[in-house]
Design a protein around this ligand. Structure first.
Ligand SMILES: Cc1cc2nc3c(=O)[nH]c(=O)nc-3n(C[C@H](O)[C@H](O)[C@H](O)COP(=O)(O)O)c2cc1C
Length: 206
């Protein structure tokens, strides 16, 4: 009797779990935040056969807009290479990164408008100055790369790039500082998970 009750219970649980999986396929597809954090890595080899649409890039950048910024100044700007011509041009402006990102279907240039974050009525608020613009741009890029991973994409942030060449190609105004180029695509090979410093090297509790 006891064994029969347990068997029914077990079968019931199996049924419920399989039904919940079927009724909500999105839940099965969405990675947890931890999975996004842990699987986001710098990818240096992209599958050239897999494309990303303009709408997907827009969804990604909409998520990046949720990032906090100094007094909500939102200084970040993005220039997206998605056509064959623009991709070829940007590939030639990332120095030694060229081979790493040759299969990526999208390359995004991130920049920020100076004189916004860290400023009040035109005056620099503290010693960091336009460093706050770079800070805000980094925050919004962090949102971008994490959202990319949540959508199943991969990224490579590149600080090695030709800012003058990018400014000229995209007609980026002089009041914007060009920061990173971010490759976006699908991984062609599993990236390494780099080692991190011991937490006690970087954290001090008082
Ligand atoms: C601001 C910045 C600039 C970077 N520039 C490059 C680059 O030019 N080329 C490259 O291959 N990786 C670049 N990286 C990727 C780092 O090497 C990578 O984030 C780091 O090794 C940690 O690895 P992970 O991203 O897989 O965790 C850059 C990362 C950041 C945040």
């Amino acid at each position: 009797m006891k064994t029969r009750t347990l068997s029914f219970l077990f079968l019931g649980m199996l049924l419920v779990s399989s039904l919940s999986g079927c009724s909500n396929p999105e839940a099965a597809k969405s990675p947890s935040f931890d999975e996004v954090l842990m699987s986001r890595r710098s990818v240096r080899s992209y599958d050239p056969t897999r494309k990303i649409s303009r709408d997907e890039v827009r969804a990604l950048l909409t998520a990046a807009q949720e990032a906090p910024s100094w007094a909500n100044q939102q200084p970040s700007k993005y220039y997206v290479a998605i056509s064959e011509e623009a991709l070829a041009a940007v590939q030639n402006l990332v120095g030694g990164n060229k081979e790493r990102i040759s299969g990526a279907p999208v390359l995004i240039v991130s920049a920020f408008e100076r004189g916004k974050s860290g400023f009040f009525r035109g005056q620099q608020t503290n010693e960091v100055g336009d460093g706050w613009g770079a800070f805000d741009n980094g925050l919004s890029n962090a949102y971008l790369v994490l959202q990319a991973r949540a959508m199943g994409f991969d990224t490579l942030i590149m600080g090695m790039r030709d800012a003058d060449g990018l400014r000229q190609y995209f007609s980026i105004p002089e009041n914007e500082t060009i920061m990173a180029v971010i490759a976006l695509g699908y991984r062609a090979a599993e990236p390494n998970h780099p080692e991190h410093r011991a937490l006690d090297d970087i954290v001090h509790f008082f």
